[in-house]
Design a protein around this ligand. Structure first.
Ligand SMILES: *Cc1c(COP(=O)(O)O)cnc(C)c1O
Length: 423
């Protein structure tokens, strides 16, 4: 792409999503490139959280059953709308839990190890929490992770190949669980092909959509993915600690929840207070206890924005922004030994660009001082995520100019090259 500021302005003029910026609170004078870790707050989310507060203020316990959005069915109704964001049927998605808890729930429910098949395959680049969850789950089942957990190897330390994944799909594997987008490099995996590959060998497939939901459109149902888990505080902008989500294909809806609780009940029977569990018919069955409604409510406002913008537009703008960003990096700071480790093809790229650099930790600190919010991942990755809803092409241009100044004047050298506690 043309890397001039004129081009950026032209792109912004043509941008059919440009008005969404006004829907968000953007920290003053800041270029926020960290929406892949924590999305910014929108006025809609603020309003839907405020609605929940007023219903509590005004109705007390009657808020469970009265008002415009009764709490008893709040998560169920919202889940139907989230289902369209991930290409699932309305009964296949539940807003609940967190990624890590939902991994435990899905494995408890769908992992039925036998003498022949007891292995779970993950990848060696995955986020630690996913690995901790699988390891501890295997131990609970009396299985030894040294035997029953296998990791797909990466050739380059940043990406996974289909061949490397396929090689792991042996006859003793029960479940394959991978990220849709790798959190460091931003590689987008071919969900459809991987699912086909695994199913042809009798293996169930789950994806962690942490870095794709809200950035990349999905077709979970049609692609026959068995289960998925995700959070809503990254690209979905639901706020810190916002409740997560899970998807389970309808062909598995007969499965009893491995971790059962009363909010997994058929809602018409829940208050019978019977000790015999009557499970809900869809993904709602895999909820456990009372929903954390204050962590759910902001998502209603976010989902409205996704419905208005359309996932196709969100993705198209995101791809253009990340392409423009990487072309600018190449043109403006290419000589400062940044290595762009995000795959080149649109089909293989999520919503951020990852740059490897030996001085990454302190370059991020210098960027922060220059009012740019990047994201650092130990030991040497700078992640930059321009967000379709609130980043403009000119923001991307301006950010790279600030980076160029930091590199040319070596201001990053005034900081120590170590990560902060939360990085
Ligand atoms: C963000 C993220 C998590 C965080 O898990 P929580 O349970 O929501 O804290 C887990 N896995 C991946 C891949 C992530 O990107």
């Amino acid at each position: 792409m043309d890397t001039t500021v004129m081009f950026a302005k032209e792109m912004d003029n043509q941008d059919n999503m440009r008005t969404f910026k006004e829907e968000f609170y953007l920290p003053e004078n800041q270029l926020y490139m960290d929406g892949n870790s924590l999305g910014l707050m929108s006025k809609r989310s603020e309003a839907t959280l405020e609605n929940l507060l007023s219903s509590w203020r005004e109705k007390g316990i009657d808020g469970w059953t009265e008002g415009k959005d009764p709490w008893f069915t709040y998560s169920e109704k919202l889940s139907e709308r989230v289902a369209t964001v991930v290409g699932a049927n309305s009964n296949e998605v539940m807003v609940t839990g967190s990624i890590t808890v939902n991994i435990h729930q899905m494995l408890s429910t769908l992992f039925h190890p036998t003498a022949e098949r007891s292995v779970i395959v993950v990848d060696e680049l995955n986020f630690p929490s996913d690995i901790y969850a699988v390891e501890s789950h295997l131990k609970l089942r009396g299985l030894d992770p040294a035997v029953s957990l296998r990791k797909v190897k990466s050739d380059d330390g940043y990406t996974l190949t289909l061949a490397a994944i396929e090689e792991m799909l042996t006859e003793d594997v029960a479940i394959l669980m991978l990220p849709s987008v790798l959190y460091r490099s931003g590689q987008l995996l071919d969900v459809e092909k991987i699912t086909e590959m695994a199913h042809s060998k009798g293996i169930l497939v789950g994806f962690d959509l942490a870095h794709s939901i809200g950035a990349v459109p999905h077709q979970l149902h049609n692609q026959k993915v068995d289960f998925a888990i995700w959070c809503h505080y990254k690209y979905m902008n639901s706020g810190p600690g916002g409740s997560g989500g899970l998807y389970i294909h309808e062909r598995h809806h007969d499965e009893l929840p491995g971790l059962a609780g009363w909010f997994g009940s058929d809602k018409t029977k829940q208050f019978d207070m019977s000790h015999d569990f009557s499970k809900a018919s869809g993904a709602g069955a895999y909820q456990i206890g009372t929903p954390n409604l204050f962590s759910v409510a902001p998502l209603t406002g976010s989902v409205e924005l996704f419905e208005e913008a359309g996932m196709g537009n969100v993705r198209a703008k995101s791809l253009a922004l990340t392409q423009y960003l990487r072309d600018l990096i190449q043109a403006e700071v290419g000589r400062f030994s940044f290595v762009d480790v995000t795959p080149v093809d649109d089909e293989a790229r999520g919503g951020h660009i990852a740059l490897a650099h030996p001085e990454a930790a302190r370059i991020c600190k210098a960027l922060k001082q220059a009012n740019v919010v990047p994201d650092f991942r130990s030991p040497d990755i700078i992640r930059l995520a321009p967000i379709s809803f609130y980043s403009s092409f000119e923001d991307v241009w301006e950010m790279v100019q600030r980076l160029k100044l930091i590199m040319a004047e070596e201001t990053y050298k005034t900081f120590s090259n170590e990560r902060n506690v939360v990085a």
